[in-house]
Design a protein around this ligand. Sequence first.
Ligand code: THU
Length: 162
Amino acid sequence: MPLVKCLSFDITIYDSLEELNESDRSLMMQSIGARENAYAPYSRFNVGAAVLLENGKVVIGNNQENASYPSGLCAERVAVFYAGAQFPGVKIKTIAITAASKNYEVATPAAPCGNCRQAILEYEFKQKESIKLLLMGEVGKIIQCNSVADILPLGFNRTFLK
Ligand code: THU
């Protein structure tokens, strides 16, 4: 008989920024700041990411679009690749991600795309420690995930490569 297994994970849902602890709120504010400077003339969808490192430094990123659409890059990867380049070997503790549109008010927490989940998962494996994600729109609730692996179940990782 095949085995049916249910995969589940916990998230924390906050009603507003005021409910976050000071460190997370500050990180989210920096993500919002980064979002304002996104270069997104084509989608008009601005995303910001703020990466908190274990040394206390914060690295920010935002989406960078291109007239040749696939040449652009998401905010999360801009941020984590910059962190990896600038602070190699320093663990990532938390990433705050926020999205805003020039076409409508984003009231749903930002959802990192599959490529970004995969990119962040790499760092989780590398550092052998979970990365917390905080996801927010322009308004509305904030979702906290305790590990990127939770939102990329059955993900591909370095253990496949022998
Ligand atoms: N985008 C991000 O920056 N992060 C995501 O996880 C989802 C999408 C950007 C890419 C593109 O510039 C715009 O949002 C619309 O897809």
